[in-house]
Every structure is written in C-alpha cells, then in structure tokens.
Design a protein around this ligand. Structure first.
Ligand SMILES: *Cc1c(COP(=O)(O)O)cnc(C)c1O
Length: 421
C-alpha cells in the first residue's frame, strides 16, 4: 500500500497533485512519499516487536539525507556499504552506534573513519578483511565490533545479479568454514566478535530461502557458542521483495517475515538486526516523466519520454518491470494500444518497456513509473550529459525539492582542463 492514488482523475502524492510538482520542478524527477516510507519502516519495526532488535535501513536503496532523516527519526539504524554512505548517514544525524558497515571491499581508510566516528559493527566478509580491520583497530588502540558474514549457500530464487547467498557469489565466507574463521577472529586482539551476519539477496518473493538460511544461522550460533564465542547479535540482512505489478502475486508481508525470524531464531535470545532497503523505499517513490514524442515505427509505436536509462537503470540492468501510468487517470473503458516506451539516450538498451499496453498518450502528457523509490535515483548517472534529476519529498500537503537539478555549468565545471592543453 502506498500514498500515490488517483483523486478526481489526477494522480496525487499524499495530498499534492503530482502534476503540480511537475509544473514547478520540471520533468523528469523522483517523488517520494513520507507517509509511505514511515508506514513501511514501521511494518518491519512492528514485525519484530517483543524481540530486542534494530532495523538498519540499507541506505544504498535510496540515500537522500531527507529520506535518512525521516527514517532515523523513527528509530532506524543504517546499513552502509561505503565510506561515502557512512559520511552521509552521519551527516543526516544518525549516531555511529546505529550504523552497521557491510560490503566486500572495505578499505583501511573506510575502517579508520568508521572506528573514529563510531560504529555499531562491521560485517566482515573475508579473512584478509578481518586481518586488515584488526590492524587498523590496533593502530587506533580500539576494538572493532564484528559479525562475520556467512554465505549459507542458499538459492534466493531471485534475479542472478542480485542473488548473494550461493557459494559461487563473492559475498561472505562459506558457512562450512565458519568455525575456523571465528576461531581466527577470536585470536585477533583488535576484534570483538559480537555476532553473525547473513544476507542472501534482494527482491525475494518467497520466505523459504530465508527459512533455510536462518535455520543454518541458528545451528551455527549454537555451534559457535559451544566453542566459547559470545554470539549475542544476529544480523539477518535485507532482501524482502515488493510487488512491482498490481496483478502479480504479492510477496510475503513483513509480519510473516518477522514471525519466521522469531520461529527460527527466537529461542537463542540474540538481539536481531535486519537490513531492509527495497521494501522500505521501493513503493514510496515514483519517477515522473513527460512524453516528448509519440513516434510511429514499422509495426510498432514508440513513446519517447524525457526520462532515460541513466535516470532509472533497472529495466536495462535487471529486465525489471515498472508499471507506468498516466498522471491523468484514463477512463475505465479507455482503449489501450501497445507501445515501446523508451528514453532519448543513444542506446537500444534505453528501453523501459516493450509492447506495453497503454491508454492513448500524446506529446506533453505526464506519466509516472511506480515502485521506483528503491535503486532508482541512487543508480542514476549523467550519461549523455543528462543532469541527475531532482528528488522531491512529499509530506501531507507539503513538498520540497530534496536534491536540486544541477545546471549544465555545474556539470561542465566539474571537469578541469590541464594548463598544457
Ligand atoms: C543490498 C543489501 C541489503 C538490502 O537489500 P534489499 O533487497 O534492498 O532489502 C541489505 N544488506 C546488504 C548487505 C545488502 O548488500
């Protein structure tokens, strides 16, 4: 459920007509709903009620500081995967003790900054990384709290590019080697082993892979405790999927996911961390675009939009489907025709949908891509020297631009031309 609904034939974001934002901000732009963000965060928080827990929003899904601040105000922690994200979380006012640091390639500089600025835990993904973190912590005279990310070799049954829990993926250490690696960690004086971390992939539409992974984590917790490790925290990653189409079967709900966590791990008395990203922000954002031309091709018609693959890369990168709807609600009996919906970038891959049935649209009409809040703005680029598009946050009757569209001068002036040229 989100807060982008038609009222009197116009698409609204909460209490603001989206067309009104378009008139002020210009297209294309991303638009987020605070109420939807809040609702989705709370679903996770409530799903773990009765269990000591922290919901660490995976901010790589959408990392605008206004979004981070909205969530931090609700009690969210953050899952960061780079020094840049760490700095962003801190800038948005998130205290270090609510930040977990994930990622396979943390550099020593990133480790240093996080240890100095405060960190809840590092999720370490390899033995060389463990050794580096130990060295950095000793240099600084501190102990780095760690969980080791284990790879449970579970098939997440999602798109190959976002599956992370199979043995062939680069993530974590094989769960079969966990005892050895934990023994090594315990022997490193710069590390404080606090828990276990697992994250098997993104856009999971079934609970079963989570169950398989969490059962393995439960077993491992007991095995490691038997070896004397004080496992007191379990970081269970993110990955719960969202419905990208209205018609498809709905993925499991956060309450059922929470229940699964309690069923598989509740008896261990550990503090639970989860790292949802997509489900918190995915349906809380839309991408608004204008039809530049309607072009008749051979055997097909193209809707050429002013948004392109550089603004929303998911269709090109993951063959992802986004519902695309006109801002003006079509009449219930309106005729539909198939369109290839494309952007202006000079690549055939700049295609959002092929043969998509749409009501009749004309030059200048506005459309919204639904479920574009996660892995949308954050994955955008300035390819073709197209400026990064604005982000807008709506809250009830109010809206604000939370990232400005840069001018061409700002973009161009980032280059420097050597004096010898
Ligand atoms: C990407 C990622 C997440 C978030 O995944 P979602 O599918 O967006 O919920 C959580 N944890 C880690 C380690 C990740 O890499």
């Amino acid at each position: 459920m989100d807060h982008f609904l038609y009222r009197d034939g116009q698409l609204y974001a909460e209490d603001v007509p989206v067309a009104e934002i378009a008139a002020q901000v210009g297209t294309p732009f991303y638009c987020y709903s605070s109420a939807t963000l809040t609702r989705h965060f709370r679903l996770f928080d409530e799903a773990l009620e009765g269990t000591e827990h922290l919901v660490c929003y995976a901010m790589k899904a959408a990392s605008n500081q206004a979004i981070l601040k909205t969530l931090a105000g609700l009690g969210a922690g953050m899952d960061v995967v780079s020094g840049g994200e760490y700095a962003r979380a801190k800038a948005a006012g998130v205290p270090g003790e609510r930040i977990v640091f994930s990622g396979v390639g943390k550099t020593r500089d990133e480790m240093r900054v996080a240890l100095e600025g405060g960190i809840r835990q590092f999720n370490v993904e390899s033995e060389p990384e463990m050794a580096a973190l130990n060295a950095v912590a000793l240099e600084l005279g501190v102990k780095a709290p760690i969980a080791v990310r284990v790879n449970p070799d579970v098939d997440a049954k999602t798109h190959a590019k976002i599956a992370t829990g199979k043995s062939e993926n680069k993530f974590g250490i094989p769960i079969t080697r966990a005892k050895e690696v934990y023994a090594e960690a315990a022997a490193m004086p710069g590390l404080d082993v606090v828990g276990i971390d697992v994250h098997i992939g993104s856009q999971l539409t079934e609970l079963e892979p989570f169950r398989l992974a969490y059962e393995k984590v439960a077993e491992l917790t007991e095995a490691l405790r038997a070896e004397g490790h004080d496992i007191r925290r379990l970081d269970l990653g993110g990955g719960l999927g969202i419905p990208y189409t209205r018609s498809n079967e709905a993925p499991p709900l956060p309450t059922d996911y929470g229940q699964l966590i309690k069923d598989t791990l509740g008896h261990l008395g550990c503090e639970i961390e989860i790292e949802p990203g997509r489900l918190v922000v995915g349906n809380a954002g839309i991408l608004v675009s204008r039809v530049v031309y309607v072009k008749s091709g051979e055997g097909r018609d193209f809707l050429i939009l002013d948004a392109a693959m550089n603004d929303l890369i998911r269709p090109a990168m993951y063959d992802a489907h986004h519902d695309i709807v006109p801002l003006t609600q079509p009449a219930p009996a309106a005729e539909q025709a198939p369109y290839d919906i494309v952007g202006p970038v000079c690549e055939s891959g700049d295609t959002f949908a092929k043969g998509r049935m749409m009501p009749e649209l004309a030059e200048g009409d506005l459309v919204a891509f639904r479920s574009a809040g996660a892995y949308g703005a954050v994955m955008s680029s300035e390819y073709n020297t197209r400026p990064l598009i604005p982000e807008v946050l709506v809250h009830g009757h109010q809206f604000a631009v939370i990232r400005q569209r840069p001018t061409f001068d700002e973009i161009i002036n980032r280059d420097t031309i050597p004096e010898w040229l």
